[in-house]
Design a protein around this ligand. Structure first.
Ligand SMILES: C[S@@+](CC[C@H](N)C(=O)[O-])C[C@H]1O[C@@H](n2cnc3c(N)ncnc32)[C@H](O)[C@@H]1O
Length: 417
């Protein structure tokens, strides 16, 4: 039953699947009366709007019956213009879906380069489509931490100067998803000419969010099978329906030739390597910036400058809302009890209370006696804690060194102005 595309009408799904076995449906329905997919009985082409939308309702009603209670439905769909006015198809369809029992959870914007152009007067350039996200019940699979954005080229450069504002696992998705339409490079020229395949990363995001490995993903309007191949790479079972047999044949060849590389890419993703690197960098940045704020506070209140701060991450914190334990050793001419009072007050209020850091404070005179045993220390000025200016030694301390650590951060200052 699984891992195949049926060359059958999506309205007849119940003839093939009887049990509640589907976890997520991801699909882009045929366009209304705009595109001929070259098969008899196709939905959309040659139909009236009422026939079209009622047929879509039949398909999603049948799917509702075979969807598990924690299951979901993703529909990529757009408005269009007919007889000089906009037809709000996504919203008309939502009304039908809600009648069936689907619960509308979200409306996401898929921002792409261009879509099918509107003709006639009164149009601006088309740049997005809607993604409707619905669930069968109020309790549905939704793994939001898996799809956080930690590829730093997709983050605003502020993440470096304000690491405390970024979740160490990455930025949560927002309601605008930017994915270019697949180009020839990824799908091959022949494919692009025949279909409008969905971007693999976008489909991957939906699959990650709403399913687990081993779950079943269905696309009742499979087309090129972009949803189903992605599901297959991600160790989900898939089922498709598609009336045009030549599309199915092409999909089978495509899957065979891309399966290995698709699985490899997925494995790399779930290994969490890149996400771990991001987390590591954010926590390092926070630990160092924490020191910078402390130094500024002490200078403002006590007007002393005759000390350096040594920073080392000790480990994870077990205190509620704190992520890491960090040791801050004040080395130099400081009054320990006076400093302790200021530190206690400073770390209890924002911004430092929001850093997720459980600090441990120690005090030593210069030169330090039993500083952490490492050969390489990096120096930071009191204004820049995201780029070391050089390696430093306690025996011959660099005059610019105000913060010293074995943590090495080298993010180019000019990139983050
Ligand atoms: C917008 S395309 C899907 C594109 C697909 N998401 C992809 O990535 O290639 C819609 C598809 O639905 C198919 N279709 C139309 N009516 C159908 C029906 N009644 N049952 C099954 N498939 C149908 C068309 O042949 C077409 O391939």
């Amino acid at each position: 039953m699984f891992n195949k595309i049926y060359n059958n009408d999506a309205r007849d799904i119940l003839n093939f699947i009887h049990d509640k076995s589907i976890t997520s449906t991801i699909t882009s329905p045929p366009y209304f009366d705009m595109k001929d997919y070259e098969s008899v009985n196709q939905i959309g082409f040659g139909q009236s709007y009422d026939e079209y939308i009622n047929d879509l309702k039949v398909v999603f009603e049948n799917i509702y019956k075979i969807t598990k209670d924690d299951g979901t439905l993703w529909i990529i769909i757009d408005t269009f213009k007919k007889n000089g006015q906009v037809i709000p198809l996504p919203f008309d369809l939502v009304s039908k879906l809600v009648e069936i029992g689907w619960l509308l959870q979200d409306i996401i914007i898929w921002k792409k380069d261009k879509t099918v152009p509107w003709s006639g007067n009164g149009f601006v350039q088309r740049k997005f489509e809607y993604i409707l996200f619905l669930s069968k019940s109020k309790s549905f699979k939704y793994h939001k931490d898996r799809v956080r954005i930690y590829d730093t080229s997709h983050l605003k450069k502020w993440w470096v100067k304000y690491p405390e504002r970024y979740n160490p696992k990455g930025k949560a998705l927002d309601e605008i998803w930017e994915y270019p339409i697949p180009t020839q490079g990824s799908w091959g020229e022949k494919y692009i000419r025949h279909f409008c395949p969905l971007p693999t990363d976008m489909v991957g995001t939906m699959i990650q969010l709403s399913t687990d490995e081993g779950d079943v993903v269905i696309d009742p309007f499979a087309g090129s099978g972009s949803v189903l191949s992605q599901a297959s790479y991600m160790r989900r079972k898939y089922i498709g329906f598609e009336l045009n047999i030549s599309y199915i044949e092409m999909f089978e060849k495509y899957l065979e030739s891309t399966l290995e590389s698709g699985i490899r890419k997925y494995k790399l993703f779930v290994s969490g390597k890149d996400q771990n690197n991001f987390e590591h960098t954010i926590l390092n940045l926070r630990a160092m910036k924490f020191a910078k704020i402390i130094i500024k506070t002490i200078k403002d209140i006590l007007s002393i400058n005759d000390f350096v701060v040594h920073v080392e991450i000790v480990g994870k914190s077990s205190v509620q809302y704190k992520l890491i334990k960090v040791k801050y050793i004040f080395i130099g001419n400081v009054n320990e009890s006076q400093l302790a009072i200021i530190l206690k007050e400073t770390i209890a209020i924002p911004p430092l209370s929001k850093f997720g850091i459980e600090p441990i404070f120690e005090y030593q005179s210069f030169p330090p006696q039993n500083i952490i045993n490492t050969n390489n220390f990096y120096g930071y000025t009191e204004t820049n804690t995201y780029c070391t200016f050089s390696e430093v030694e306690y025996e011959n301390l660099h005059p610019k060194a105000k913060i010293i650590s074995s943590i090495k951060i080298e993010l180019n200052e000019n990139d983050y102005e």
